[in-house]
Write a protein that binds this ligand. Structure first.
Ligand code: SAM
Ligand code: SF4
Length: 326
């Protein structure tokens, strides 16, 4: 079965958030104070999350990415992942993490059936990393990356949000990781979601990132992976890892969008930046598979053509990335 939206885009990818809690406080993702945590009773149970995952796969979703907040801080996560991995018809299960807990959890994550890890890592310089994450320890993340490979994972994909004046001087160091360590590195444009005076100064476009890399290295364009969605992919000749550019803000790549999202409180969204959402709780408490499937189909059918965020006149949205799952 295929899930297709009103524009003919095939929707095969679900980002499923399991928590809004996090053990870091990246300044571009969460405000420093005043975060309103979701009530415990509103966070979906693992049974409810599993019902959503199964229903989505029955409808045609082939890839699920587990996200958060930080998914590894939720207790019982490994058992849940094993159940998702076992859903008949699911072709790809991935997890996005800040890797603070990866060193101790890598082996059990691998055994659970997760196929791929994405690690968010915005600086290779310990003080800059600590400043971006408001206290995160770079060494722990690097040990987590090693532990993942020792456990059997392919080199994790590294997601780096480039922000002018914060970490743009490290673009070439990250590109070099694709040769040195074999990681795929995906450069993500900073998106204005946290209300901060003067946020425009951080904007750094995907084209600028590419230019920086191309000044130092020849780049060959490569085919996107099967579920890559809206990224442009390149390789430094001979490097094991590739370079992806995700121009979420400047690129207007919405015509290639292949995903829907469900938050840890059961809000289904067809577009990260749309205010349109559907509350799935009425179809989960008590469970009602048929109406849940209808609601997911409606979210796909109502997927907006695109978003209108930009670094010029964008009005902030009323959410943090940790609530939606990025
Ligand atoms: N805690 C996990 C992590 O950091 O990988 C998973 C959740 S996090 C919300 C998912 C992704 O959203 C991360 O790769 C993060 O860098 C990205 N993200 C958060 N805020 C962002 C922003 N303002 N602009 C661009 N990407 C952002
Ligand atoms: Fe936490 Fe991930 Fe947001 Fe950083 S980006 S604060 S690690 S949820």
């Amino acid at each position: 079965m295929k899930l297709t939206d009103s524009l003919g885009r095939q929707i095969n990818y679900l980002r499923l958030s399991v928590t809004d809690r996090c053990n870091m406080r990246c300044f571009y993702c969460m405000p420093e104070a005043g975060i309103v945590k979701a009530e415990h009773s509103s966070i979906l149970s693992y049974e409810e999350l599993l019902l959503i995952a199964e229903t989505a796969v029955n409808l045609g979703i082939e890839k699920i990415r587990i996200t958060g907040g930080e998914p590894l801080v939720r207790s019982g996560i490994v058992g849940f992942l094993a159940k998702v991995a076992a859903i008949p018809g699911l072709k790809h299960l991935a997890l996005t993490t800040n890797a603070l807990l990866l060193e101790q959890m890598a082996a059990e994550l691998y055994q659970s059936g997760v196929q791929r890890l994405n690690v968010s890592l915005d600086s290779l310089d310990a003080p800059t990393f600590a400043a971006i994450t408001r206290g995160g320890e770079l060494e722990k993340v690097l040990r987590g990356l090693d532990a993942a490979e020792i456990a059997g994972f392919p080199p994790p994909k590294i997601n780096v949000v480039i922000m002018r004046g914060i970490n743009d001087a490290e673009i070439l160091d990250f590109a070099e990781l694709t040769r040195k360590r074999g990681n795929t590195v995906r450069f993500i444009e900073y998106m204005p979601v946290v209300k901060e005076e003067g946020w425009q100064r951080y904007c750094f476009s995907g084209d600028e990132i590419l230019e920086r890399i191309a000044q130092q290295y020849p780049l060959e364009q490569i085919d996107k992976g099967l579920y890559a969605g809206p990224s442009r992919d390149f390789r430094i000749p001979g490097a094991r890892g590739s370079i992806g550019i995700i121009t979420a803000v400047s690129g207007h790549f919405c015509s290639d969008c292949n995903r829907i999202r469900v938050t840890s409180t059961g809000q289904a969204k067809g577009c990260l930046f749309s205010d349109l959402k559907t509350d799935l709780i009425p179809f989960l408490r008590p469970p009602d598979r048929d109406h849940l499937a209808e609601a997911l189909k409606e979210i796909v059918a109502a997927k907006p053509v695109g978003h209108n965020i930009s670094c010029d006149g964008y009005a902030h949205r009323n959410f943090t990335m940790s609530q939606i799952g990025g």
